[in-house]
Ligand binder design. Structure first.
Ligand code: NAD
Length: 367
């Protein structure tokens, strides 16, 4: 037994303030000296079903940053899974460390044992710096994992479905902003040409949109310019670029004080999680600037829909595409609600997601 230092006391206060503020059910801190594993499993809400959300591996600047990320991302999964009409709750895990340096079979399998220890209250899948191979290692220790490769009965790469949902959300936004969902001739900037971005670019160029792209890696840019006719924008010039539609498909937090000062566009619709650095303040700032913001957790739900059907045991591509297509109608509903209530689209989408959780929670009978 050790005595708590002042710092540890302060940190424990801030741990519970975040959990209380976002109303998490359970947060598990995982540690294993032999493999060097440090991870956090955040279970936000299990009213609709077991919590589900990917595992992210990141070299966080501090443990507090890792915790904040796990708490915010798992809450986002609750909202995303609910508004997508799925019977799963929200959870997320983060592994702390540089994936290139410390990730190996033993570390992933030890993490799998921790996932198993919450006995099905949390199902994991891929997120940043995780591969289907890692999911295979986790599967060696627990059945509570999705996103497995197709040869293991899994649903395969979720990114094309995520991109399709973003495309649907963008078209619905165009319908609202321009009266037509035709993206032909619209100037769309895709920030981040990774797994989701590249599929989104394909949908957009097929429809005749004038696409420009931005990435921090030359090879990622080349992969796109080799196949598609697009303009390239410097990574630090995105916010001030000439565009009708901005599609953030890199990391979160790109809608912030600095970018909103510069941003001149009609619509923001992209795949990145937690695009609004401050949900309330920056959501409101977009509304006041007359920029239509398609809530990220609504329009990027195609990928989780894909792994959901893997978990449910009745996956088919047609079914996932059909369900993902519903994002178009839900986006329009969100804008209607926002217009009627005067709230931001983000707040309106949260309202729809929370109402579903409450109404389904109400029909549960006590055991
Ligand atoms: P990815 O890692 O494959 O691609 C991200 C790309 O963004 C990379 O090419 C990276 O170089 C680039 N990038 C990073 N910082 C940048 C910057 N400052 N400017 C421009 N480009 C930058 O990731 P992904 O799977 O394509 O996911 C993209 C985003 O969508 C992430 O925020 C992810 O959390 C979110 N998301 C993904 C899925 C999915 O199915 N993959 C589902 C839901 C949400």
């Amino acid at each position: 037994m050790i005595e708590l230092t002042e710092t540890m006391n302060n940190e424990s206060v801030s741990i519970f303030s975040g959990i209380e503020e976002m109303n998490h059910e359970q947060v598990v801190l995982c540690h294993d000296k032999k493999t060097g594993l440090k991870a956090i499993i955040a279970i936000h809400n299990t009213v609709l079903g077991p919590s589900m959300g990917g595992t992210r591996m990141w070299n966080y600047a501090s443990d507090q940053d890792a915790l904040t990320d796990a708490l915010r991302l798992s809450r986002g999964m609750t909202l995303k899974n609910s508004i997508a009409g799925l019977n799963i709750g929200g959870g997320k895990a983060v592994i702390i460390g540089d994936a290139k340096k410390i990730k190996n079979e033993a570390l992933m399998r030890r993490f799998g044992k921790f996932v198993h220890s919450v006995a099905g209250k949390y199902y994991t899948a891929e997120d940043v710096n995780m591969t289907t191979r890692d999911m295979e290692y986790i599967r060696m220790e627990t059945p509570y994992v999705t996103g497995l490769p197709e040869y293991m009965g899994g649903a395969g790469d979720p990114s094309p479905y995520t991109a399709y949902g973003v495309y649907m959300g963008m078209k619905a936004s165009a319908k609202k902003a321009y009266g037509s969902d035709d993206l032909h001739g619209k100037k769309v900037l895709v920030q981040g040409t990774g797994n989701v971005g590249k599929h989104l670019i394909e949908f957009l160029t097929k429809e005749g949109a004038k696409v420009s792209i931005s990435d921090i890696f030359e090879d990622k840019i080349k992969q796109i310019t080799d196949h598609f006719k697009v303009d390239v924008v410097d990574a630090d010039k995105v916010a001030s670029a000439n565009m009708d539609i901005y599609a953030p498909c890199a990391l979160g937090g790109t809608l912030n004080d600095e970018s909103l000062d510069l941003l001149q566009c009609d619509i923001v619709a992209g795949a990145a999680n937690n695009q609004l650095l401050d949900e309330v303040r920056h959501g409101q700032a977009l509304l006041e600037k007359g920029i239509l913001y398609a809530p990220d957790f609504l329009i990027n739900g195609g990928g989780i829909t894909n792994v959901y059907y893997e978990y449910a045991g009745n996956h088919s591509r047609e079914r996932v595409m059909a369900q993902t297509e519903l994002i178009y109608d839900t986006t329009l509903n969100v804008y209607d609600l926002s217009q009627k209530s005067g709230q931001t689209p983000h707040a309106s989408a949260i309202k729809i997601a929370e109402e579903r959780i409450q109404s389904i929670g109400n029909i549960k009978l006590p055991l």
